[in-house]
Design a protein around this ligand. Structure first.
Ligand code: AMP
Length: 524
């Protein structure tokens, strides 16, 4: 059996790792980096750049440089209104209502863009292993719904990778953290604060059995928000000093974002730093420069409410688990933003113990994915794990209410049943609106699709009793919908699902292959 690579397909950066001589090993990319920026760029002369090369030219080519594509994976255009304003490239509504990216005269589905990053990782792995790689395990954020997980799997397919397993980042971190050949009996919290989201989970580890108990988080809380606070401060300062509003200047904003992130990272290790951005703007008379200082204390004031928000989430997490902070044996840090000293201090204060920093927050997830790849290929033995659903699965019922069928934090795989009936006499079909999310009203949750149960025999309303069975598989994907009960529908059709159909995927697979061949031909 060939090697199965483990991939962390991150919002900001991606990492690939594999089991080598019994050890998970991070594979360096072709530029020598252990992490690859999840950035793709289309240059004016028709070239496609991925990773470091794409990132390097981002400032001068913002509209054609795609970063944070993970935010748009498996999502409808209507769901991403807020995120659209954060990126300088154009996000459009595709014919089926999904969010796609428009570059010049071509529209790309988010999985197509992610596939370009995946292909880069795949090729790095092939060079490292000196063999073809066709199978991968990909870790996704725990809050990813079924559509987002499917989009991730599609991205793998477009990149020429069969994604044999999708699992969650906190589970990957737990696998990376523990040497599971040793006997352990602990309850741990994985505190993951990345660029775009915060994910918190409680896991129980007993010998080689890793069990996820509860999960919580916020998909809109992360290091990007810290950057934005610095950017807001810088634009206000600039407006005050020069009376120029930078917020509509996409090149200036890109430079500000870059600089804000750099300043933030520096403040994790030093107490004060400088911000210098020459020629940031100009008025009729002269160019304007930005030059100022920021101290760690000032930065901490800017982000205090955000850090507190993550601690509030920790409280909810423990409440759901029925645990007190003192019952947590370890708090393991994952995600780049846990390098912020204020974050570490807030965790120490809440849990009453120093969080564990032994994992490299950039690499832990990929290492865990490589271990799972090893489990699948038989290289890693005797480790067992179990995950939970991170979102409730339900259907829309009378009054537009979401009625949960499989609750959040249910053990995977999970199964739930719901009896549906007709609302009018002789109604020939019933539409079942399938949702994922925690909000009370159906419209506020994510629509997985609408199932039409058709061909129902004529009967007074309420008499047909159709039992619909929902399955969520071990990868967290809603996979089977069955129909039984006293009445059966003759046909089930699905409409309105997010994502690509087989034909579109095949076309994208073909496009990607053609491009790879052209690229190989043009390289020498
Ligand atoms: P991740 O999603 O785990 O790759 O984390 C990316 C986030 O971590 C970005 O917002 C980075 O700016 C942030 N980050 C990386 N290194 C540091 C650092 N030394 N201090 C503060 N934030 C950091």
């Amino acid at each position: 059996m060939g090697k199965i690579i483990g991939i962390d397909l991150g919002t900001s950066n991606s990492v690939v790792a594999v089991m080598e001589r019994g050890k998970p090993t991070v594979i360096t990319n072709r530029k020598g980096g252990r992490t690859t920026p999840s950035v793709v760029a289309f240059t004016k002369d028709g070239k496609r750049l991925v990773g470091q090369d794409a990132e390097r030219q981002a400032v001068t080519n913002p509209q054609n440089t795609i970063y944070s594509i993970r935010r748009f994976m498996g999502r409808r255009f209507a769901e991403v209104q807020e995120e659209i304003n954060w990126v300088p490239y154009q996000v459009i509504e595709a014919g089926n209502g999904d969010a796609w990216v428009q570059i010049g005269d071509k529209a790309y589905a988010p999985p197509e863009i992610s596939a370009m990053v995946l292909r880069e990782l795949k090729e790095a792995a092939e060079e490292f292993l000196r063999e073809k790689v066709t199978e991968a395990v990909i870790a996704v954020p725990a809050h990813f719904n079924s559509s987002q997980r499917q989009a991730t799997r599609d991205a793998g397919k477009i990149a020429g990778l069969n994604v044999v397993r999708i699992f969650t980042e906190p589970m990957a971190a737990a696998l990376a953290y523990y040497d599971l050949s040793k006997s352990v009996d602990e309850t741990i919290v994985i505190y993951d604060l990345g660029g775009g989201n915060c994910s918190l989970s409680v896991l129980e580890i007993e010998d080689s059995f890793v069990k996820m108990k509860t999960i919580n988080g916020d998909t809109r809380l992360g290091g990007d928000d810290f950057d934005r606070r610095i950017m807001d401060w810088l634009t206000t300062e600039f407006k005050r000093d020069h009376d120029i509003d930078l917020s509509r200047d996409s090149v200036a904003m890109k430079r500000l974002k870059h600089s804000a992130e750099q300043v933030k990272c520096e403040l994790s290790s030093i107490a004060e730093t400088k911000v210098d951005l020459p020629f940031l703007a100009a008025d009729a008379s002269e160019p304007k420069h930005l030059s100022t200082h920021l101290s760690r204390t000032e930065f901490e004031q800017m982000i205090q409410d955000l850090v507190e928000k993550s601690i509030e989430l920790c409280k909810l997490l423990l409440r759901d688990s029925g645990l007190s902070p003192g019952e947590i044996d370890e708090v393991v840090l994952v995600g780049g933003s846990t390098r912020v000293p204020m974050v570490q201090e807030a965790i120490r204060h809440f849990f009453g113990k120093k969080p564990k920093k032994s994992l490299n927050p950039d690499e832990a997830v990929a290492i865990g994915a490589a271990i799972l790849g090893g489990m699948r290929s038989g290289e890693v033995k005797d480790v067992v794990f179990e995950e939970v659903t991170t979102l409730s699965l339900g259907v829309e019922t009378r009054g537009g209410v979401m009625t949960p069928i499989i609750g959040r934090n249910s053990k995977l795989p999970a199964r739930g049943r719901q009896i549906v009936s007709t609302a009018a006499d002789n109604q020939p079909s019933i539409e079942v609106h399938v949702l994922q999310g925690e909000r009370e009203m159906a419209r506020d949750n994510h629509t997985l699709g609408r199932f039409n149960l058709e061909g129902i025999p004529a009967a007074p309303r309420g008499v047909p009793q159709i039992e619909v069975t929902f399955d969520i598989d071990a990868d967290g994907m809603v996979s089977i919908i069955k129909d039984s009960g006293t009445t059966k529908a003759q046909q089930i059709t699905m409409t309105g699902a997010v994502g690509l159909d087989e034909r579109e995927i095949d076309r994208m697979v073909q496009d990607a292959k053609t491009y790879a061949q052209e690229d190989a031909g043009g390289a020498d």
